[in-house]
Design a protein around this ligand. Structure first.
Ligand code: PEP
Ligand code: MG
Length: 756
């Protein structure tokens, strides 16, 4: 095999070359190779970095400290990161490599060019997106010595604390992660902006170009109202121009980044682009669109007479905040459909309406999935899409739960999105507000909740746990620093098998079913090693089983919500229950003593006692096992003391159901959703009395319904003495903060009372 060179010129690189040049390098190379005027430059490849590690001996010494590192120990992580970075900076680059970099630099404008030096990290088969923002960029670098220093600094940035933490959590071995460094002409644009290569809403071949004075940052960030030019690709004419008053410009300054200046009055109202420049830009836009096969969102800059294309990506990509969207005309955002914001985040993409599960193959990466209601067969498609919109459902429907765990924006219960939206239509979803906008209305991207992935969680006396439904969300859930899992819903795991438990039993495939359960549950138990994980026995209404193989044997019920589900079904379908218990028994036997089992939909303590007796019959020592119940039916809240006498170790409020059964409001029926009130006095009274009884008996009392992700409700619960709460992944940070704040307030108030 040919050895990878230390240096590759941008025009030699193709998009497949990620392993050599990282994601950033590969994308710049691809643009350059199709003839787009990308600022000139080269990449110091990952091979060069490897050579540096080997020839300096760092490969032998660098990784031993990282291998046994507990990345959740902040102090140890910082220390190891500092040490690794210092080691990389201290070593002298091999002489031959230094010479190669110097030689390449000389070829750029005879060695006097001011360049940008950017990290472009890569794992073997992974673009650098996953490590985005974790490695450094150095601007305004001039001269060989400074360049060599900047390259080495980029290498060292591979060992930043955050980067090490993420790699460890994502299961990447530090030894195999590489870094390339892009060295590229720094373009100090005199004017710059963005271009949509086709109309972002209608898809017509109209290039829409926005531009302003100075660096493109002012346009991208929306800090200036830019000029707007519309160029018809069919006729080759500028058909519209809107010259704005451009009061400020951002210019680069020394080594320290940028400065904002007032634009002199004579240039404020002058057009930024001539028709000739608009035409040339649109031509590059057409080249990019033809090459990539989809309309592009392009960043450009101009210095003198030279046009530079700085970046190109599909229009669906979310930009943090673009001027396109901040313009007065664009602020008249047209809301097409409203529903409930079920999973926060903003995404733009093309609508794909799925009427039948069989059609999910049509769904592509970045689409907006619009459907009546999602079901577990759709999870693979749900993983790919940029956002999800449903006609039906509330905050606790399948679509809402899975979207939150996947971190995908979702709007549910719109009633008629599948008929109002058109196939292929470009829309923007606001998963917090519950709106679907026409076109690419871009808003500041919502940052991931700080608790996700953040180290050093706040310590609270009330445990703050997390809910999990799909095992693949386990790592994300664990990265919140949660104190355990307060609810693992196994029905999502089973529904994902696409065969009913009855089918496995009828076809003598019981062992397979047990194995699947063990596999899924183990992923979560492993992610939460040493922390409690309460696994709930099966609770799927019969209608959710119907579309699966074996679903034809499910009874047709008038109201499945009130029907054969939860523990009441398991007690009558002993085989189904036995297989679940067998999975738990083997996990306990394998030493997973963090596993607790929780029974759903109990309405009488006899159900708990019967379940325990059956488990004993199947070889479980119930005296040793941690067993509890969900409080989802008023009967169980009222009879909590009897449950305690029957031997429960814990109870957890399933408020999604408790609210619907207390108020007689179907939780998934959008017609009555305004009457679905978590803080209804009757609901609060049931919760309060059950908490007090649990406290008297020293039983852990928790909540795992959606109300446990609502800060107001959680404040009330902590005030009333709940011992733990379990929230959804996306709500973890704010819930932990609420718990901490409430606890502090309680302590403060009590201290003040004592001193009064
Ligand atoms: C609940 O009822 O609050 C609960 C957590 O269970 P599910 O949403 O799965 O019915
Ligand atoms: Mg429930």
């Amino acid at each position: 095999m040919k050895e990878m060179p230390d240096i590759l010129w941008l025009e030699e690189i193709r998009k497949e070359d990620i392993a050599a040049v990282g994601g950033k390098g590969a994308s710049l190379g691809e643009m350059s190779s199709i003839g787009l005027p990308v600022p000139g430059g080269f990449v110091v490849t990952s091979h060069a970095f490897r050579r540096f590690l080997i020839e300096t001996g760092l490969e032998q010494t660098l990784f031993s400290d990282l291998e046994n590192l507990d990345v959740d120990n902040n102090a140890a992580l910082e220390k190891a990161a500092d040490k690794a970075r210092a080691a990389v900076l201290k070593e002298k680059m091999p002489a031959s490599l230094r010479e190669e970099i110097k030689k390449a630099y000389k070829r750029l404008d005879s060695g006097s060019m001011v360049v940008a030096v950017r990290s472009s990290a890569t794992a073997e088969d992974l673009p650098d997106a996953s490590f985005a923002g974790q490695q450094e960029t150095y601007l305004n670098i001039k001269g060989e010595k400074n360049l060599l220093e900047a390259v080495q600094k980029c290498w060292a940035s591979l060992y930043g604390a955050r980067a090490i933490y993420y790699r460890s959590k994502q299961g990447f071995d530090d030894r195999s992660v590489n870094i390339a460094v892009v060295v590229q002409q720094l373009v100090n644009s005199e004017k710059a902006g963005v271009m949509f290569t086709s109309h972002p809403v209608t898809g017509e071949p109209l290039a829409i170009i926005e531009g302003s004075w100075g660096l493109g940052e002012s346009v991208v960030s929306g800090s200036v109202s830019p000029d707007k030019y519309v160029f018809d690709q069919r006729t080759g004419n500028v058909i519209d121009r809107l010259i704005a008053q451009k009061k400020i410009e951002i210019v680069s300054e020394g080594d320290h980044g940028t400065r904002t200046l007032d634009v002199p009055t004579d240039r404020q109202d002058a057009p930024v682009l001539s028709d000739d420049e608009v035409g040339r830009l649109a031509k590059f836009g057409a080249i990019a669109e033809t090459h990539y096969g989809v309309p592009q969102d392009v960043e450009w800059g101009i210095v003198g007479n030279e046009i530079y294309i700085l970046q190109s990506r599909p229009i669906t990509t979310i930009r943090p905040a673009t001027a396109m969207m901040q313009r007065p005309e664009a602020t008249e955002e047209k809301i097409l459909v409203r529903g409930q914001g079920a999973s926060p985040g903003i995404a733009t993409g093309r609508v794909v309406i799925i009427k039948d599960v069989k059609d999910t193959g049509k769904v592509e990466e970045g689409d907006i999935l619009v459907t009546r209601m999602t079901n577990p067969d759709m999870v693979p498609a749900m993983r790919k899409v940029a956002a999800i919109v449903t006609d039906e459902g509330g905050m606790t429907c399948h679509a809402a739960i899975v979207s939150r765990e996947l971190g995908t924006p979702a709007v549910v219960g719109t009633r008629n999105a599948t008929s109002l939206l058109a196939q292929g239509q470009l829309v923007t979803i606001d998963g917090e507000k519950g709106f679907v906008y026409d076109g690419a209305i871009e808003k500041p991207a919502k940052k991931e909740a700080p608790g996700v992935g953040a180290a050093a969680p706040i310590i609270t006396a009330t445990s703050v746990k997390v809910n999990v439904s799909i095992p693949e969300a386990a790592e994300r859930a664990a990265a919140t620093g949660a104190d355990g899992v307060g609810l693992l819903r196994i029905e999502h795991l089973i529904l994902g098998l696409n065969r009913t438990p009855g089918w496995f039993i009828a076809n003598n495939r019981e062992e397979e079913f047990v194995q699947e359960l063990i596999r899924g549950i183990k992923i979560v138990l492993d992610a939460f090693h040493g922390k409690p994980v309460w696994v709930r026995t099966l609770d799927a209404p019969t209608d959710e089983f119907r579309n699966m193989e074996g679903g034809e044997s499910e009874p047709h019920e008038h109201n499945p919500m009130l029907g054969w589900r939860g523990i009441r079904r398991d007690l009558q379908s002993a085989d189904q229950f036995r297989l679940q218990v067998e999975a738990f028994r083997r996990l306990w036997e394998q030493g997973y003593d963090n596993l607790g089992v929780m029974f759903p939909m109990v309405s009488h303590p006899d159900e708990f006692s019967t379940a325990c007796a059956m488990m004993r019959e199947w070889g479980v020592d119930t005296a040793k096992a941690t067993l509890g119940v969900m409080i989802e039916i008023p009967a169980s809240a009222i009879m909590i003391e009897d449950f305690i006498h029957a031997g429960i170790d814990f109870a957890s409020f399933g408020t999604n159901d408790l609210i619907q059964y207390t108020l007689a409001i179907d939780r998934n029926n959008e017609n009555v959703s305004t009457m679905y009130q978590p803080k209804h006095p009757a609901v609060l009274a049931l919760i309060d009395s059950a908490i007090q009884v649990s406290r008297e008996h020293g039983i852990e009392c928790s909540i795992c319904g959606q109300a446990g992700s609502d800060p107001d409700m959680v404040e009330w619960l902590v005030d009333h003495g709940i011992s733990s709460v379990s929230a959804n992944i996306d709500a973890m940070a704010k819930i932990r903060e609420t718990v901490a704040r409430t606890e502090k307030r309680i302590i403060l108030e009590s201290a003040r009372r004592r001193h009064a």
